[in-house]
Design a protein around this ligand. Structure first.
Ligand code: CA
Length: 241
């Protein structure tokens, strides 16, 4: 799909006359930071310790749910155990420790170019993540100083994580503009579903093993293969009439 086709599609189903992007709602893991490899490793270690069968790839499909939701789902599906919030939170903090032990990962290549292009065009940049991982959240301010708004939605701010639209609806509310003026940058199918359901122009970037086809199936308006491709396409998206 070309960008022009994607924009025309969006205008058709949203009923808007023009695409007027004033805000970018930006996911964290797999969009800002190349953290997914270590998240999936840490999840597998936690599950193996608790005798729950899993594969690494399945955690890419849960990406976007809050940590507590993922723990509860795996214990229920895996061993038929309904965990309390406190039990799930305790297990999630063990996963957080495993994640820390794997060391820091870098930024997603060319994400700075994306953020600078948005900033120069006067588009507000708000992080919307299901993560409740302090080690990752604390890095955002340090490593993206001046590139992101102080407004933020994390896994601690929502009752229901992605694919529920709640995180992105909260982001739209923080932005104070209509959802159709918000562009979402996502890398995971559940995040794409949430963004689409919230009524935002949804951009997916395939920074992990999930295919372009899966992203379109989840409701992406347009899919890019890397952040450089997205950065190059931004001017047309932002200034489209
Ligand atoms: Ca993500």
């Amino acid at each position: 799909m070309t960008l022009t086709e994607a924009i025309n599609n969006f205008l058709r189903y949203s009923g808007c006359k023009e695409l007027k992007i004033t805000t970018a709602l930006i996911d964290c893991d797999g969009v800002l930071f190349d953290t997914m490899k270590n998240h999936t490793r840490a999840w597998v270690r936690l599950m193996q310790k608790n005798g729950i069968k899993c594969t690494r790839d399945e955690f890419y499909l849960y990406e976007g749910m809050t940590g507590v939701e993922i723990v509860k789902k795996k214990f229920k599906d895996g061993v038929g155990k309904n965990l309390t919030d406190d039990e799930a939170r305790a297990l999630y903090s063990v996963k957080g420790r495993y994640f820390l032990e794997l060391g820091e990962t870098g930024k997603i290549p060319h994400i700075d170019d994306v953020l600078k292009t948005l900033k120069d065009a006067g588009v507000e940049r708000i992080v919307v993540t299901g993560s409740q991982q302090p080690s990752v959240l604390n890095r955002i301010d340090k490593e993206f100083e001046g590139l992101l708004s102080e407004k933020r939605v994390t896994g601690d701010d929502v009752k229901r994580g992605k694919p529920n639209p709640e995180p992105y609806l909260k982001g739209v509310e923080l932005a104070g503009v209509p959802a159709a003026q918000c562009m979402v940058i996502e890398n995971a199918p559940l995040g794409v579903q949430a963004a689409h359901a919230a009524g935002c122009f949804t951009v997916a970037v395939t920074t992990g093993p999930i295919s372009e086809k899966e992203m379109y199936k989840a409701g992406a308006d347009i899919v890019f293969h890397d952040m450089n491709e997205l950065a190059m396409a931004l001017p047309e998206m932002i200034h489209h009439n």
